[in-house]
Design a protein around this ligand. Structure first.
Ligand code: UDX
Length: 466
C-alpha cells in the first residue's frame, strides 16, 4: 500500500532488533541482518534474545503479518531494499576508551560492494564525530556499481522503553553530507518516518558532524546531571543534608528539571559510561581534550558512588564484611532491563565478595546475564531467599518489587534488620518504624570507618547485547 518501503536493518542487537521491529510496525517491509546466526534464528522465530517490555509482541505481530524477516546473507540485503540502517555495536576499546568501529566497517564492506543502483545508508550507531565523513569515503571507494548516499540518524532510545521511544521519539535527528546541499537523503528518511512525523515530532536536519555530536552530547549531559547530584550527595553525607529533598527543590526550576537528578549508585549500562569515555577520547584526538576533561570527573564521581556504597555497608557491619551474609537486591544496571553491562549493582556485589562477604544476589530479570558475567556470586531465587540470614540487605537496583517490599516480610527472615538503600528508593520511615536500621547512600554516615576501599573497577560485562 501507499508509503510502504523496503528496508534492511544491519546489526540486530538491542538497537537494531528494536528498530527493525518498529519499522515493520510502521507498515514497512523490513529485513533484519546480522552475522550472528543464533541471534537471527531466534529473532526469526519471534523470540527476542534479551528482555525489553513489549518488543516480543511487536516482533511476533510483524513476523506474522509478513512484514519482518531476518537473514545472515548480505547479498540478500543488498537486493532487498534501497534503504539500509546500520545498528551495529560500537563498543569501548579496552585501553583508550575510544569507540571500536570494527563492526561498523565490516558491515559497510559486506554490504556496499554488492549494491546496484541508488541506495541510502543510514547510520544509527553512536559514533565519534567524523565517522560519517570517513565512512562515506570508504563507501565511495567500494560502491563501484551503485550510487550510495550516507546519512547519520542517531538513536536516543532508553532500555526498558525502547519500543515507545522508537515509535514516539522526542525528536528525529538527521545528519547529511555538508558537501551535497542538493542531497535528497533527509527527504527520503522523512518518508520512512512519515507515520511518526504525522504526530508532530521535531524533524531536525543538519550536517553529519552535528548529528554525530548531538547523540554524544545528549548522553554526556545526562551523565553529567547524574554525577552532579551524586557529587552534591557526597556533600550531604558529611554536612547532614538530604539530597532527595534538595533535588526536588532545585528540580522545580524548569531550567534544571527534576528528571535524571536521582542520587544513588550512579549510572551504568551499555551507553552512558562508554559514551562519555569515547567522547573524551575523541576530544583528545582532536586536540581539545581540555574541553571535555570534566567528563573524566563525571566518570570519577560516578565510580566513587560504588566505592561509597561498599564503604557504607562495611561501616554498617562494624568495619568489615568478612564472613557476613550480604543480600544484594538488583543486578541489572537499572529496573525494567536484564542488561548487566557496567552494572553498579554487580560491581558492588563483586567488591563485597572480594572483601570476604557471603553475597547472595537476586534480580527479577537479570539473573542469567549476571551469572554469566559473575559466575562466582551466589544467586537466590527471590528477594526473601537472598535476605535469608542476611546481616545486611542492600537495594542496588530500584525494581518496583523492591521499592514496594514490606519491611515486615523480611523482618523475620534476616539475621539483623539492617538495610542499605543505595538507590534512595525506599520509604525509610516505614523501615525504621518496623525496627530496621535504615541507611541511604547520600545521607549522613556514622559508625567506625572501614579500611580503605579501592575504586571499584568498571565491571566486566556479560556478553554484549549490542
Ligand atoms: C541512555 C540514554 O537515556 C538514552 O537516551 C541513550 O540512547 C542510551 O543511554 P539507558 O542506558 O537505557 O539510556 O538508561 P538510562 O535510563 O539513561 O539510565 C542510565 C543509568 O543512569 C542507569 O544505570 C540508571 O540507574 C542511572 N540513573 C538514571 C541514575 O543513577 N539517576 C537518574 O536520575 C537517572
Amino acid at each position: 500500500s501507499h508509503g510502504v518501503m523496503k528496508m534492511t536493518v544491519i546489526g540486530c542487537g538491542y538497537l537494531g532488533a528494536t528498530h527493525a521491529a518498529c519499522m515493520a510496525e510502521l507498515g514497512h517491509d523490513v529485513l533484519g541482518v546480522d552475522v550472528d546466526a543464533t541471534k537471527i534464528e531466534s529473532l526469526g522465530a519471534g523470540t527476542v534474545p534479551f528482555f525489553e517490555p513489549n518488543l516480543d509482541d511487536v516482533l511476533k505481530r510483524n513476523i506474522a503479518a509478513g512484514r519482518l524477516r531476518f537473514t545472515t546473507d548480505f547479498a540478500e540485503a543488498a537486493q532487498f531494499g534501497r534503504v539500509h540502517f546500520l545498528g551495529v555495536g560500537t563498543p569501548q576499546q579496552p585501553t583508550s576508551g575510544a569507540a571500536d568501529l570494527t563492526a561498523l566497517r565490516t558491515a559497510v564492506r559486506a554490504l556496499v560492494g554488492q549494491l546496484r543502483g541508488e541506495h541510502l545508508i543510514v547510520g544509527k550507531s553512536t559514533v565519534p564525530v567524523g565517522t560519517s565523513a570517513e565512512l562515506a569515503d570508504e563507501i565511495a571507494a567500494l560502491a563501484r556499481h551503485a550510487s550510495v548516499e550516507l546519512a547519520w540518524n542517531p538513536e536516543f532510545l532508553r532500555e526498558g522503553f525502547a519500543v515507545d521511544d522508537t515509535l514516539r521519539p522526542d525528536r528525529i535527528v538527521v545528519g547529511t553530507d555538508p558537501g551535497r546541499p542538493d542531497s535528497r537523503a533527509a527527504d527520503k528518511l522523512a518518508e520512512v518516518y512519515r507515520a511518526i512525523l504525522d504526530e508532530p515530532t521535531p524533524y531536525l536536519t543538519m550536517d553529519w558532524a552535528t548529528a554525530e555530536l548531538v547523540k554524544v552530547s545528549a548522553n554526556a549531559f545526562l551523565a553529567t546531571k547524574i554525577s552532579f547530584i551524586n557529587a552534591i550527595s557526597e556533600i550531604c553525607e558529611v554536612a547532614g543534608g538530604d539530597v532527595t529533598a534538595l533535588a526536588d527543590a532545585i528540580g522545580h526550576d524548569a531550567r534544571i528539571g527534576r528528571r535524571f537528578l536521582n542520587a544513588g549508585l550512579g549510572f551504568g549500562g551499555g551507553c552512558l559510561p562508554k559514551d562519555i569515555r569515547a567522547f573524551a577520547a575523541r576530544a583528545e584526538e582532536l586536540g581539545v581534550g581540555s574541553a571535555l576533561s570534566f567528563l573524566r570527573q563525571v566518570d570519577e564521581v560516578n565510580m566513587r558512588r560504588r566505592t561509597a556504597a561498599v564503604a557504607m555497608v562495611e561501616r554498617a557491619c562494624d568495619g568489615s564484611v568478612l564472613g557476613r551474609n550480604v543480600a544484594v537486591l538488583g543486578a541489572a544496571f537499572k529496573p525494567e532491563s536484564d542488561d548487566v553491562r557496567d552494572s553498579p549493582a554487580l560491581a558492588v556485589a563483586a567488591q563485597l565478595a572480594l572483601r570476604g562477604a557471603r553475597v547472595a544476589v537476586f534480580d527479577p530479570k537479570a539473573m542469567g546475564n549476571a551469572a554469566r558475567g559473575f559466575p562466582t556470586l551466589r544467586y537466590a531465587e527471590s528477594a526473601p531467599a537472598a535476605a535469608r540470614n542476611a546481616d545486611v540487605v542492600i537495594v542496588a537496583t530500584e525494581w518496583a518489587e523492591f521499592v514496594h517490599m514490606s519491611p515486615d516480610e523480611l523482618s523475620g527472615i534476616v539475621a539483623r534488620r539492617l538495610i542499605v538503600d543505595a538507590r534512595r528508593c525506599l520509604d525509610g520511615d516505614s523501615w525504621t518504624a518496623a525496627g530496621w536500621d535504615y541507611r541511604a547512600l547520600g545521607s549522613t554516615v556514622d559508625g567506625p570507618a572501614p579500611a580503605a576501599v579501592e575504586v571499584v573497577a568498571a565491571a566486566q560485562n556479560s556478553e554484549s547485547l549490542v
